[in-house]
Design a protein around this ligand. Structure first.
Ligand code: 9D3
Length: 274
């Protein structure tokens, strides 16, 4: 898979490419990341990429022309089927595991990293095919979001991770989950390793018992409980078994603070086929 990244900070990405999944995928030829300096697509001697906003206001805005030229250059280098041109922007749709899976089906992506107060709207309307945000918090530009998207997409490519982990991914996100859906995931259960007693904090006895049925049940209950406490929104998209519902009902009854969400969540699952 090839990524073309258009940025005013190509050097920002160099250390990211030297570690972990991106390093391995590139070394194995499974991913190629090409960095393009937006300033190379300017004509003036100051290599100007931004200008003041029409209508006034603070800050600067990316000019359209260098971005259009950069995308045209990328497309000229990679003939073939049209591929997504993604503008990273706070106004974009939210990036999720489902969207990562959609993107991993492509063989080419172009990522445009904005900076300053934003980019000329004609970039979003007429050269980008998609606009993506990584979450509701303010960053200074699209470089970290572009890196994050590449990391999450590359690890989904066939052969980049070991088989064991790929199998886990399949259960993390149901194949039918659409790009904007939650991944039908629960939060993970707690993990422990040796020593069984660390400074007096003991690993839960059930994990040392060797009783695999009990361990499975304990892990499921801890995952459900953590999800219920911290991310009840995830339960709404998750197929719960009868045993799961009984456990959540018990948590609900024992809760110090009554939780309003749960009855609504469970009732909304009433007709769902398990
Ligand atoms: C503080 C400036 N904001 C005024 C309302 C607008 C704004 C413009 C440009 C806020 C951030 C940015 C730069 N951010 C991105 O380019 C960006 C981003 C983000 O800030 N959060 C989450 N995802 C993304 S993707 C690109």
């Amino acid at each position: 898979m090839t990524f073309d990244v258009i940025t005013i900070f190509p050097g920002f990405f160099s250390s990211l490419l030297e570690y972990g999944v991106l390093k391995r995928a590139r070394a194995a030829g499974q991913a190629s990341i090409r960095l393009h300096d937006l300033r190379d697509f300017t004509n003036d001697r100051h290599r100007t990429v931004d200008d003041r906003p029409f209508g006034g206001g603070p800050g600067m805005v990316f000019k359209p022309e260098p971005v259009f030229k950069a995308v045209a250059a990328v497309e000229a280098e990679s003939p073939g089927r049209p591929s997504p041109v993604i503008l990273l922007s706070p106004q974009g749709r939210l990036f999720t595991q489902g969207l990562a899976k959609e993107l991993a089906r492509q063989d080419h992506l172009t990522l445009i990293c904005g900076r300053y107060e934003g980019v000329d709207e004609r970039i979003a309307e007429h050269v980008a095919t998609d606009e993506i945000s990584i979450g509701d918090f303010v960053l200074s530009g699209g470089e970290l979001p572009a890196a994050l998207i590449m990391e999450s997409v590359v690890r989904l490519l066939p052969g980049v991770l070991g088989n064991e982990e790929s199998a886990w991914q399949e259960s993390f996100t149901a194949p039918e989950a659409g790009p904007l859906e939650f991944g039908r995931a629960l939060l993970d259960f707690p993990h422990y390793t040796r020593p069984a007693d660390f400074r007096g904090w003991r690993v839960p006895e059930v994990l040392l018992s060797g009783n695999h049925e009990e361990i499975r049940r304990w892990r499921r209950q801890r995952a459900l409980e953590k999800t219920w406490r911290r991310r009840p929104d995830l339960l709404a998209g998750f197929p719960l078994s009868e045993e799961d519902r009984e456990w959540l009902g018990a948590l609900q009854r024992d809760a110090d603070v009554p939780r309003r969400e749960l009855p609504a969540i469970i009732s909304s699952l009433g007709e769902q086929k398990l």
